[in-house]
Design a protein around this ligand. Structure first.
Ligand SMILES: [Zn+2]
Length: 599
């Protein structure tokens, strides 16, 4: 029987124990230290969520934490008076995808981060400028989030009336065929429709999920769903090849990526699908720029995009000379990453669900690999000492993968494996939750999805599945380890914490208030509990003596601010291993990679 785990009674306002949390000095022999932070509101995120005012740092580690008296007798090379500012442990993002921006070909434009129609228009016009009349223009539009101040152009929405049509594109591009890919659909302008032969008389695609959207008069609106969108993309001439970035440029672009994460207060991150080659680049980065970048744990992606066979995956496993926990405190080996189903932002909503897609009643998602694949690969990875993380978004996929874990762990019990489900966007059945608890499975969730993916959820889901997406409360109430990260939707821990606590989507509506977690729980999931997922909870994730000196100094007090404003909080300084990095003023508190026009 399921017993509700008792909720920890955290002090959520943070004022109760401020300044009285004196902890023992660990290394008090030498009075010369590198850094003292004083006069702050320092959330230690220790077992009791105590607050302190002062931290003493030496050689990249925390020497003492507590009230002002803990700094007595120390001489610091640098003292920062926090003037009451709030400090969190450095944030640990459980899911990032470091990929250098992809150069664009002529005839290609990136609208993914254009918030308004005016911005879309501007980018389209600029891209058309370099193109001869009649040449095709391909755009990708993938709007993730917007600010309330700027009403969005909604490329993806259950409300069809809000999606731009051919006529809007015609105004910008009367002489060039234009197609805009936005996840599950393509919007084409009139010229593109004409060239592709899509008219009033065109029959609907045979493939069940394709649809040519037509208006009241039967005219195509330009909105082409699924197979219909794929077809016009196939019809358009392929883009010209573009030279790849040089190895050095790609390497430096990776450095930029991690620097951007640092600007967000992220001091540790988990690459959610790396490779042996990528690991080498991370090692090089940390050697060339020591202490400048967040600590990286790299998951080794198996069948990342390639739908590898069992044999191929086993060959990769046998071929790498390391496994989880190898490395050092800057670059580490994480879990094997495998993919069971898909995501709501893909051109197909692949999550495997017990409930059909809202608009395609026969569609329950699709496997990326047959379930049998996982048993064989898990078994070997588990035996070799790997931690296993599995992308599973739908409820049915989590049910099935938990059964596979049960089989593997029962056949070969191994303590402290920390295998986990990645995403868990739709909660599995009660029985599965209990099994996960029994097996010791964790959940690596991305709460910013509640906000950033709301239009996508709305498109595919209904009822309880829509309301209770990313069910943080239920996961915690079952006593499971829950960690948080972003999966680039967007990068920006404050968005994740905001969404986890308020359960608000981009539209400002509350989705499943009963799935909200407390502020302290959200912060723990973004710090100490995320560190647990990479076997680092003893050395990072909280502000305690002996741990690495990783902190984020906030511009506002997250513990007293109106929760609706959490997503506006900015990080002023990120401190990694005791080195202080000021965040350049004026930067937004989120980050996304933008494709670069070819120069
Ligand atoms: Zn991902």
């Amino acid at each position: 029987m399921f017993r509700k785990a008792s909720r920890r009674s955290f002090v959520s306002t943070g004022c109760a124990v401020l300044g009285v949390a004196v902890m023992p000095r660990a290394f008090a022999l030498d009075s010369k230290v590198d850094l003292i932070l004083r006069n702050g509101k320092i959330a230690t995120v220790d077992a009791n969520n105590r607050f302190a005012t002062t931290v003493v740092v030496k050689d990249g580690r925390i020497v003492a934490v507590g009230d002002a008296s803990v700094a007595e007798g120390y001489q610091a090379a640098r003292v920062i008076d926090l003037a009451g500012k709030t400090v969190l442990p450095g944030l640990c993002d459980n899911h990032v995808h470091p990929s250098p921006p992809k150069p664009l070909a002529p005839g290609e434009v990136d609208l993914q981060h254009a918030y308004t129609w005016a911005e879309n228009e501007k980018l389209l016009k600029a891209a058309l400028k370099g193109l001869p009349a009649g040449a095709w223009l391909r755009a990708s539009a993938f709007r993730l989030y917007f600010t309330e101040a700027e009403p969005p152009t909604v490329w993806i929405n259950a409300d069809i009336s809000k999606i731009p049509t051919r006529y809007m594109l015609d105004k910008v591009a009367p002489n060039n065929p234009v197609i805009v890919r936005a996840s599950q659909l393509v919007v084409a302008n009139s010229l593109a429709l004409k060239l592709a032969g899509i008219t009033k008389d065109s029959p609907q695609p045979v493939a069940g999920d394709g649809k040519i959207e037509k208006d009241a008069n039967g005219e195509p609106t330009g909105i082409l769903w699924y197979a219909a969108g794929d077809a016009i993309e196939d019809f358009a001439p392929p883009l010209p090849p573009i030279p790849p970035l040089s190895a050095r440029a790609e390497y430096l672009a990776l450095k930029d990526f991690f620097t951007h994460l640092r600007h967000l207060g992220i001091t540790s991150c988990n690459d959610a699908a790396g490779s042996a080659q990528r690991l080498r680049l991370y090692q090089n980065l940390h050697q060339e720029f020591p202490g400048e970048l967040p600590r990286i744990t790299m998951q080794l992606g198996l069948q990342a995009q390639k739908f590898d066979t069992v044999e191929k995956s086993l060959e990769i496993l046998e071929g790498v000379g390391f496994h989880t926990r190898g490395g050092n405190e800057w670059v580490k080996i994480g879990a094997i990453k495998m993919f069971l189903d898909g995501g709501y932002t893909f051109s197909r909503p692949w999550p495997i669900n017990s409930v059909a897609h809202k608009h395609v009643p026969t569609y329950f998602g699709a496997w990326r690999s047959p379930p049998d694949y996982f048993y064989h690969v898990f078994k070997r990875a588990h035996a070799l000492g790997w931690q296993i993380g599995v992308h599973s978004a739908g409820d049915e996929s989590t049910r099935i993968v938990t059964d596979v874990f049960e089989r593997v762990i029962t056949e070969n019990p191994r303590p402290d494996h920390r295998h986990h489900i990645i995403h868990l966007e739709i909660g599995p059945p009660e029985e599965t939750y209990q099994k996960m608890k029994k097996l010791g499975l964790g959940v690596a969730m991305q709460p910013d999805f509640i906000y950033g993916l709301q239009p996508f959820f709305e498109l595919a889901l209904d009822g309880q599945q829509l309301q209770r997406n990313n069910p943080g409360r239920t996961v915690l109430d079952h006593g499971l380890h829950l960690s948080y990260g972003s999966d680039e939707r967007p990068y920006g821990p404050m968005y994740g914490i905001y969404a986890a606590v308020t359960r608000r989507g981009q539209d400002g509506k509350v989705y499943g208030a009963e799935e909200a977690v407390t502020l302290q729980e959200a912060i723990r999931a973004y710090t100490i509990d995320s560190a647990w997922h990479t076997f680092d909870e003893k050395t990072r994730g909280s502000i305690e003596p002996g741990k690495v000196a990783d902190f984020a100094v906030l511009d506002r007090d997250i513990f007293t601010i109106d929760p609706l404003k959490i997503k506006d909080i900015k990080v002023l300084q990120t401190i990694i291993g005791g080195t202080v990095y000021d965040v350049p003023p004026g930067l937004p508190n989120y980050y996304h990679e933008t494709q670069q026009p070819k120069v």
